[in-house]
Each structure stands twice: as C-alpha cells, then as structure tokens.
Design a protein around this ligand. Sequence first.
Ligand SMILES: O=P(O)(O)OC[C@H]1O[C@](O)(COP(=O)(O)O)[C@@H](O)[C@@H]1O
Ligand SMILES: [Mn+2]
Length: 652
Amino acid sequence: MTVSNMTTDYKSQYFQLLAEKFDSEEKVATEIINLESILELPKGTEHFVSDLHGEFQSFQHVLRNGSGNVKVKIDDIFKDRLTDDELSELAALVYYPKEKLTLIKNQFTDKEELAAWYKSKIEQLIELVAHSSSKYTRSKLRKALPPQFAYIIEELLYKKDEHDNKKRYYDRILNEIIELGQANKLITGLSFTIQRLVVDHLHVVGDIYDRGPEPDKIMDTLIDYHSVDIQWGNHDVLWLGAYAGSKVCLANIIRICARYNNLDIIEDAYGINLRPLFTLADKYYDDNPAFHPKKTSGKPLTEDEQLQMTKVQQAISMIQFKLESPIIKRRPSFDMDDRLVLENINYDTMEYTVGDKTYPLENTCFSTVNRNNPSQLTDEEADVMNTLLISVQQSEKLKRHMNFMMKKGSLYLRYNGNLLIHGCIPVTENCDMEGMEINGEMYYGRELLDQFEIYLRHAFTHLDDTEDLATDLIWYLWTGKKSSLFGKRAMTTFERYFISDKATHKEVKNPYYSLREKPEMAQKFLKEFDLDPEHGHIVNGHTPVKEKEGENPIKADGKLIVIDGGFSKAYQSTTGIAGYTLLFNSYGMQLVAHQEFNSKDKVLENESDVLAVRRIVDEELERKKVRDTEIGKRLRYEIDMLKTLMKHRYLN
Ligand SMILES: O=P(O)(O)OC[C@H]1O[C@](O)(COP(=O)(O)O)[C@@H](O)[C@@H]1O
Ligand SMILES: [Mn+2]
C-alpha cells in the first residue's frame, strides 16, 4: 500500500465513523456549530516544566499551584474581599485540600462555626471554579468536575436567581451537604477541579529521573494527569535504555542512585533485588573518599550505611567502565575511542595517559580489572548484571512507567508552533547541522534526531536484544558526542573520580549552547523543524541557568527559553534560584522564576506562598484562540469532514 492510498483509506474510515456517530442532519449541524464555536474560545494554558530530577515534592507544589496561576485567580476575585491571611488560607486549601481540612477541623470546637466555615469555603471555591473555567465549554468543565458531585456543582455554578425564588433551594443544598458529612469530599473535589482548570496541558521537557529521591512518584502523578507530553531527557533515556536491555545504561542508573544515596528507588520503589551487587561490593571494595555518596537532604547515613553505599558505587562504576569498552569498539561511528578509559591506564604506575598528557590516578579501586583485558567483566560481575537485568525487565512498576514514558514521550515535539527539546540540536562551530553516521548513512539536524528516535523505539520493542545497534544508540544518546540530549563532547565521570586536575573534568559543550543566543540561529533551528521562524519559540531544559552569575534564561530576543533552573536540590547552589517554569496562555508566554518551592508544611500553616516572579517572554498582539492551536487544526479538519458529510448525505 502506498502512503497516499493509505491516507485515503484512513480518511474514508474516519468519514465512515463520523457518519455513524452523527447519523442525522440535526446531529451533524449541532456538532458543526459546537466545534465552530469552540474554535473561537481563548487558547488553553500550557504549562512547561523540566529537569524535575526526582524532586516530587517541589514538582507537586508547582503542579498544584499551576506555577502561581491559582493564586492569580484567587487574587482576581477575592483581593478586595478577603484579608491576606484569608487569601493564603484559601490558596493552601486549593493546593492541599485533604491536609488543610484535617488541620482546620481540629481548630473548631463549635459545630455551627465549622459549618459556617464550610459553607463560606464551598461558596468561594464555586466562584473560583466559575472564574477558572470561563474560557472552557460547559462540556469540558463537566469532565473536570468530581463525578459524584457534578450535578450539585452545576446547580450551584449556574444559579440564576434574579427573582429570589430559589435562595432557599440553594441554601438547602449547601446545608444538606454539610449535614450529610459530604463537605470535605466536595471541597477536596472542587480544589482538584480548580488545579486542573488552571492548566490545560502540561509539557515535561525532560529529566524526570536521577539525583532526587522520588522519580517514581512523579511518574505516577503524570500517569494520572489530565493532559501531558514528555520530551525525553538524557536521564530518562538512561532509564529507558536500562529497561530496553542495555546493561551499561543499567550500570549507570545504579551508579547515580548510589552516588545520591537513592538506592531505595531501585530496591523499594521498583522492587529490584540489589543483594547480589551488595555482596560483590563487600567482597572487593573498601572505603574510598572519591565514592562517598553526596550529601542529600534525606536522613543522614550511619557510618555503616555510608560505607556500604561507597562500596556499591565503586563496584557498579567499575562495571560501567568495563561495559563501555566493547560498545566503543564495535561502533566506530560513535567516534569514542578517547573514552576507552580502562585501556589508557598504566596499572604499574597508576597513571592515566590521554594524548600527550599523563596524570597520576588517585583513589583507585581496580582490584577486579584484568590488566591484559581491562574491559573483561569477572564471572561474578557478569552474573550480577545478568540477574539485575532480568529483575529490571520483570519489574511491573518500571514496565508501567517506561511504557508511559514511551507513549507520551518523544525526542522533540512541535507543538502550537514551538519546538520543545531537552538538550540541543547538534551543530558545528560554523553554524551548520552536525552530521553523524548511522548504519552507513549520514544524518543531520532533524533527520538525525528522527533516526535516534526510530532506533530507540526499536530497542524498546526488542527487549531481548542487548548488544544491537539500537540498544547501543540509547547509551550514545546518554553520552555520545553528537547526542541531542547530552550536548557535550565527552562525559568525564572517570576523570572526576580518579584525577585531581580539574582541567580534565571539564565537559565541553556543543557549539549549540553559545550559538543559541543569536536570534538568527534560533530561526534557523525553527526552520529546520519546519516551524515558523517569526512566531515560533524553542524551549530547552538540560543546562542549569546560572541566574546568580547573570545568565538570562530568555535568549535570542525571546525566541529561545531555557527552563532548567534546577528543581534538582543538588544544583540549586549553582543556579541561585529554585527553578523555572513557563506558561503559555492566550495572552502569550511568561517565564516564572521560583525563588523557593514553599514546603507543603509552610503553605499549610498559611505562610503566604513566596510569589514566583513572572517575566513576559512574548505578548500576543491578538489574544490566541483555540483556532490557532494544534487542537484547533484537528477541529477544523473535523469540521471540514462534517461539512462534506452534510453536503453529500443530507443536502442534495
Ligand atoms: O553532578 P553529577 O551527578 O555527578 O552528574 C554530572 C554528570 O551529569 C551530567 O551533567 C548530565 O546530567 P544533566 O542532564 O542533569 O546535565 C553530565 O554531563 C555530567 O557528567
Ligand atoms: Mn539533562
């Protein structure tokens, strides 16, 4: 079947389905009117976040307050009616209804007073729902309501009582809800509805995993979220790679978890048994300052625990370095000979040579390395990795999370005229797209990224192939010179562990990162992806914006925005802020700089939310409508089809 008659086929199938669904002249007409009017509504709000790095608590906060959007709506309506404390209380209730309700309940001893409080909050929340849904259709709002209360809420929302006939009716509804003990559930439901209404669609521009403690909870939250897409980050593909059968990716994720004292994620969250690795680590490794776990905000480690973590990090790092060699050798087009680290070591003098430079090695831990064949795993190491891989691929929870990552994810996304991409588009110093050879062919720019994605998807559907090109390429995406996700020339993990000369630690970035400051380059990138260079934007994550050193996250005259402000606690001292998020509503784009992600406890105590600072990136000259969006495009297509249906079936 050719592509063109395949499309015709789909078209006629779609047409057939529409004809079955709208099987009368009136139904077709009603649907056309319905869709045409939706096109005139203001565009829904898109919310962009990136580099969440396992920081579930901060992520949750940003999600629940819609990057400050909930507070804006509360202020819109109640600024002149409520005190600051009452405003904060209402905000806390909307963000964390269950917790706030438990706290409040304990504050009231008098039943009547509690009932009055419930009543006033329900009324306020209803007003907020009405305000937050003002740009949606009734049917869309209905879908966002808690189903068990949808009827009652609609009664209250659309109450019109010009003649005072129904006052008692409305009062009765509220009193009954409270008397029947349903107020808590209703308030909770209304709060979640508001959270959902302030953001229409969420984009996660990569790096959900690694460093922080709860990436699995982020994934669960995303799975339940009403509308989301993911642009994979380098850390996400590392996890995808591990699941898809790449042992070197697997070694990497365990190494990073050990480094950040997060092995619970592997063991408890995903149920993967690390015992064999611990046994191996105990046998061959000892204390080593270069491998102490990083200090994290979690529970401090006992000495024994720290020692164990240190041993595991060494064991898995050595396995990682060994596993890298054969890939580099079997894939000359990866051009990574300079990363054959174990082969550049003089094991007598414990020195490391690259080019014409030789460095002394410190904190070495090479007892399992065979000098004559440094990349050879010992039998014990090989057994550990085989068992681990089986266990990873059998983890039901990981399977669910990785499947979701594939279903909602891609390497880049074109959405409403913008290009969303975690890392970069590899380019040369001369501003040309940088080429890479894959399977005998050269690919550049968008085509190269498409190839990466095709191979990644192939690897994901062939879990048993562990050493094929597709699986190796996932690792390349993590660490390769021309990877659009890594965006650096080499990853210097080995040097950072064993060489004290800091010059060797430097990871040189792809020229993309300096060139993206220029508007003409941003335009060139947009064109490469077939997007309008005048109106489109590029949204990047990946590189922490060093705000405290004066770096501006808004680049290329507003054409390119970097939103990695560092949710990752480990990187906040570098960035100087707590993170960026981006909002794109019908009025344009605003970058939100979060000074601090207020802890849940603080918010619950009614301490006002430290207001995030908003900066306008772009203002629309005309308010954007659904018509101008991706969804609008689909609706217009549907309208065309319905009109054809009308013409051929009913109007002749
Ligand atoms: O600070 P850590 O955890 O050791 O990680 C450093 C490594 O992480 C990377 O920065 C990649 O992670 P990011 O995508 O978060 O930048 C590598 O370039 C670097 O080698
Ligand atoms: Mn990254």
